[in-house]
Design a protein. Structure first.
Length: 317
């Protein structure tokens, strides 16, 4: 069955990235200023869904001291949601969970995606005629149905927290920026799954931001198509060939990909970042006259299964 999953924040949310607070002894440089990303990683959505499937099936025990699958359910749980964390380079089976779409925004029945605002200009011979460099061309969300445009500030409300850490930070002062969604917006994604989840309260990310999860049977698609023959990323995407050699023009942004590894030791759960970082091209990036090699590079079955590397291209391509 195919479902539309709605995620409505119940409090300010924080989706981590590659920048963290600096601590004594850290090999990586940190900062006392951190800001949430606007969207969770697709791998975070995958982990949330798999966990919720295990909880609702009765396979996962959750206690203050940790979470675990009872020994008598381990084999069945592996068949149910697959085994191990998400891997970029391996073909994986997630059991009853067949696929998830890129996460996007909704307001009522309208679907909004992030997209470079190239339609406000005329592209010709490597130039955007009328382009104003003072305007952030990347700060643009568009309604799939109406074409209405929104900026980040129209959708996301920043919530700043300033404090003084009592622990082992080199600089005890910190400033953290979380977000809320304005004007009845909420997150959403599509899911193909052979098990019907029930509505629930879920958490996302290392800071366990809380959301109301609503499940609706819906066979729709994230069905945006470019009016021109531009390749537009509907999700963050991993591309491992040089884009300069495989398109005539591009407007892109990059983000780092990290996941959290958790350990349970001495009655404490701790998190640390994955040892290997990758860089993804951010949703909304645009490529003009992409080569066939660039398009083929995006076609990764494992990445697309969980909502990475999803793109649209003009109908005349």
């Amino acid at each position: 069955m195919r479902y539309l999953i709605k995620l409505t924040p119940l409090n300010p949310f924080f989706f981590g990235g590659g920048v963290t607070f600096g601590k004594k002894g850290d090999k990586e440089r940190g900062t006392y200023l951190v800001k949430s990303r606007h969207f969770p990683q697709q791998s975070t959505i995958l982990g949330m869904v798999r966990k919720e499937l295990l909880i609702q099936k009765g396979f996962l025990t959750t206690k203050v001291r940790g979470e675990w699958v009872d020994e008598r359910y381990k084999k069945e749980a592996k068949r149910f949601v697959g085994e191990g964390k998400f891997e970029f380079d391996e073909k994986q089976d997630f059991g009853v969970l067949k696929s998830i779409s890129p996460i996007f925004l909704m307001k009522g029945d309208e679907k909004f995606i992030k997209k470079v605002d190239i339609d406000s200009y005329n592209y010709r011979d490597g130039l955007l005629e009328g382009y104003n460099p003072k305007k952030n061309i990347y700060d643009n969300f568009i309604s799939i149905s109406s074409g209405e445009k929104k900026s980040t500030n129209d959708i996301f409300k920043s919530i700043e927290q300033i404090g003084n850490s009592k622990f082992d930070n080199e600089n005890s002062l910190f400033k953290k920026t979380s977000y809320l969604l304005n004007d009845d917006f909420y997150f959403a994604f599509y899911m193909d799954c052979d098990y019907r989840l029930k509505d629930s309260i879920i958490t996302l990310g290392g800071e366990k931001s809380t959301f109301k999860m609503t499940i609706i049977e819906d066979s729709s698609e994230l069905d945006y198509q470019s009016k021109k023959d531009y390749l537009i990323l509907l999700s963050d995407a991993y591309i491992d060939i040089p884009i300069k050699s495989h398109c005539t023009f591009a407007i892109t942004s990059e983000i780092s990909f990290n996941y959290l590894q958790n350990e349970f030791k001495d009655n404490r759960r701790t998190f640390k970042k994955s040892p290997k970082s990758r860089f993804l091209y951010e949703r909304g990036s645009i490529f003009i006259e992409p080569s066939n090699e660039l398009i083929d590079n995006l076609k990764s079955e494992n990445l697309q299964k969980i909502g990475y590397n999803i793109y649209t291209i003009g109908e005349n391509r």
